[in-house]
Each structure stands twice: as C-alpha cells, then as structure tokens.
Design a binder for this molecule. Structure first.
Ligand SMILES: [Mg+2]
Length: 269
C-alpha cells in the first residue's frame, strides 16, 4: 500500500472527483484539508472529472487548484487572475458546440418505445451530452442497452457512468487532456510529466489515466471494479473515497518531510 509506494520527486497531482474526492456525494472536511495541505506544500493539484462545465467553474474559482479538466477531457479551465477563468477546449469551442447540437438532435430524433431524458445538469455542459438513466429517473438495463446501441449507430462516442450515458464527438479523453495541460500549463513534456505526476481515481472511467501515469493510486472503492479493468492503479489505499484521498495525501506529505522536500509553497512552479 502507500506506505511502500514511492512518490519520488512528484509535485503534480491529477485527481478524479466523484467518489475519489467526494464521499457519498459530499466533500468531507478531511478531504478538503488534504487538498489545501498538498497545495500549500507546492504540489500543483488538477482535478480531472467527467463532471460538467458548471461544476468545473465552481472548482476553479474556489478550490486550491492549478487547473481543472472537465467533461471527460473536453476542456480545461485555469484561473489567469483572481476573478478571471479561461477555458481551453480540445478542439475549438464552435465545433464542440456544433457537435453537441448534432448529438442533441440525434437523441431527439430517436424512435424508441421509451423517451430518453437528458441529465438535469445538461444546461451546464459545454461539450458533453448526458442522458439520465439512473439519477432522477431509471431506465431498465434493457432500455440502457437499446439506447446505448442506438447512439453508437448514430456515430457518437458513448460511455456509461453509474448514473448517465455520456455522449460526445471527438478523440479526447481524460488522459489526452492531462498530457496537454502538462505541456501548456506546467511546461512539462510527457516523460517528465509521467515522472512528476501522481494520479488518484476510483473507477473504470479513470482507466486512460491509470494507463498513462505510472505513479497511480486507487481509493479502496476501486476494488469492486478491478476485475473488469484493463489498466489498474499501481497501488490502492486502505480507505474509500475522500478519506482514501486524505490517506494518500498524508503518506505523500510524510514522505516529502522524510526526503527533506519543501513543506510550504516555494513559488517555484
Ligand atoms: Mg470517480
């Protein structure tokens, strides 16, 4: 476990949000404190989420983070001045918007014997389209498969989370955008980023990150998904969700003390 996990010279943290930082949908004080302590130690923290742009706007404005990657890698946001947030899209914003409109039209035109409904946060999404199957309404497993296959037949990318079917067009994922952020925001090429970045996550939708980043960690709730995953974390902490995140942070900060690394922000980014 992380007692033997070597954080090395890492000073960048990519972290999933849902069920990695949040615990049963809430951000615990222990977890937020861990985020603050990591940032204060000079570690650049970058959440990487499937969550919507509206959610990312809140994160980048209020949390101690360097950037946030949202909607599964469709964009990242950074704070360029205290009240200024800049959005960077995988492609240009206009083409993403056209793609999103095409997906919405495709869903509206489906001839199924049930009516797919969009997620209640669809209005806060810039790129992604989320169909709710298990949040505020529930579809049967057969209906989910029917809908999934119909969307794939229309040429869309589809990924199933625990509550939504996320539908998008484009060749991005969490890890491709993390690599871009490494280059554009941190000024690190891929081999350097792979040596200096930790990733922590909890689910199959984090597999691209587990694949790309060798210094990867799972929170304990990932155990139930491992048998279905091709790319797995290098180590798993003993606690689940946000307390697992805090456990990882504690281990990392302890190792930094033992290695004589700086414990407070040095300003050398
Ligand atoms: Mg998650």
């Amino acid at each position: 476990m992380t007692n033997s996990f070597d954080f090395g010279q890492a000073d960048v943290l990519f972290t999933d949000v849902d069920d990695t930082l949040t615990t049963d949908g809430r951000l615990l004080p222990e977890t937020y404190l861990a985020l603050c302590r990591l940032a204060a130690a000079g570690i650049r923290v970058i959440p990487v989420t499937g969550g919507c742009a509206g959610w990312c706007d809140q994160i980048i404005r209020t949390w101690p983070v360097t950037a946030v990657i949202g909607e599964g890698g469709a964009f990242y946001a950074e704070r360029t001045a205290p009240q200024t947030v800049r959005w960077h899209y995988w492609n240009d914003a206009a083409s993403h918007k056209r793609d999103q409109q095409a997906i919405l039209a495709g869903i509206a035109g489906l001839k199924l014997d049930f009516e797919p409904r969009l997620a209640s946060d669809q209005a806060f999404r810039y790129v992604d389209v989320a169909v709710d199957y298990n949040q505020q309404q529930s579809l049967t497993p057969e209906q989910v498969v029917t809908l999934h296959d119909a969307l794939v037949d229309l040429g869309f990318n589809v990924r199933q989370s625990s509550i939504h079917l996320n539908v998008w067009l484009g060749d991005f994922d969490k890890s491709t955008m993390a690599v871009r952020v490494g280059q554009d925001v941190l000024g690190l090429d891929l081999p350097t980023l792979q040596q200096r970045a930790i990733f922590i996550g909890d689910a199959p939708n984090d597999e691209s990150m587990f694949c790309r980043f060798p210094l990867s960690i799972g929170v304990a709730n990932i155990q139930k998904h491992l048998s279905a995953m091709t790319h797995r974390p290098a180590t798993i902490v003993s606690q689940r969700s946000g307390l697992g995140f805090a456990e990882m942070a504690e281990n990392w900060l302890k190792q930094r003390v033992e290695s004589g690394l700086p414990q407070t922000e040095t300003g050398s980014a």
